[in-house]
Design a protein around this ligand. Structure first.
Ligand code: AMP
Length: 216
């Protein structure tokens, strides 16, 4: 079974949902750098305040900051992981390669969730998030609006500031300019580890493909 997994994909491709399924079926420790940053921000830490300068505009935080967070995570939790939202740049991918090589624990799977821009915009425009438990819901499919109770934990649902249209455009731009090349990086350096999955389907169908990859 695969134990060191990177999950890549554009905003709203379902990385968070699939990560939850993977954690509950396989027990692989999950870390989302975006969720870590949102927690830092909600707690008003200095790291959160620093990160908020970029995140609320839909820009990536500097590599050094993301690398610092992931290095601390590996030091604390070890080398079984599902990374969601990391690496987001080639520099981060290079860093991860070197860090894992020094621990003799190379990556064993890179999953790319693929989704077209029209569907990304459609999903984000109705997305509501719970900052307390991390769940996300489609407002349209669930007849929910901002301020309603989270269907999982009861806290208030919000529209993420970086889900506002101007920030979404910036995030898509960052994805194309900085994160898309990460896929190329893995295709060049680890073509035997990278698999593309059509994320435009029901989440169960997507997960069924992912299960096969993890178990193979
Ligand atoms: P996400 O929840 O994955 O959409 O991430 C939310 C935001 O956190 C992103 O738009 C970035 O501003 C920031 N972020 C998350 N992960 C990274 C990363 N690996 N490198 C730089 N910025 C990140």
């Amino acid at each position: 079974m695969k134990q060191r997994i990177v999950l890549l994909g554009p905003p709203a491709s379902g990385k968070g949902t699939q990560a939850e399924f993977i954690v509950s079926s396989f027990g692989i420790p999950h870390v989302s750098t975006g969720a870590l940053l949102r927690a830092e921000c909600a707690n008003g830490t200095s790291l959160g305040k620093e990160a908020n300068r970029w995140t609320h505009q839909g820009l990536l935080v500097p590599d050094e900051l993301a690398i610092r967070m992931i290095t601390a995570w590996i030091a604390e939790h070890g080398t079984r992981f599902l990374f969601d939202g990391f690496p987001r740049t080639e520099a981060q991918a290079e860093h991860l390669y070197t860090a894992l090589a020094s621990l003799s624990a190379p990556l064993d799977l890179v999953i790319v969730l693929e989704l077209g821009e029209e569907e990304i915009r459609r999903r984000i425009s109705s997305r509501l998030s719970c900052l307390a438990c991390g769940a996300t819901f489609s407002g349209t499919l669930n007849s929910l609006k901002a301020g309603d109770a989270c269907l999982r934990c009861g806290e208030k649902l919000v529209r993420r500031t970086d889900d506002q249209p101007a920030a979404v455009e910036k995030r898509l731009e960052s994805y194309h300019k900085l994160t898309f090349p990460v896929i190329g990086y893995y295709e060049r350096n680890a073509s035997n580890l990278i698999y593309r999955v059509d994320a435009g389907r029901e989440s169960d169908a997507v997960f069924s493909d992912i299960c096969k990859l993890i178990q193979s």
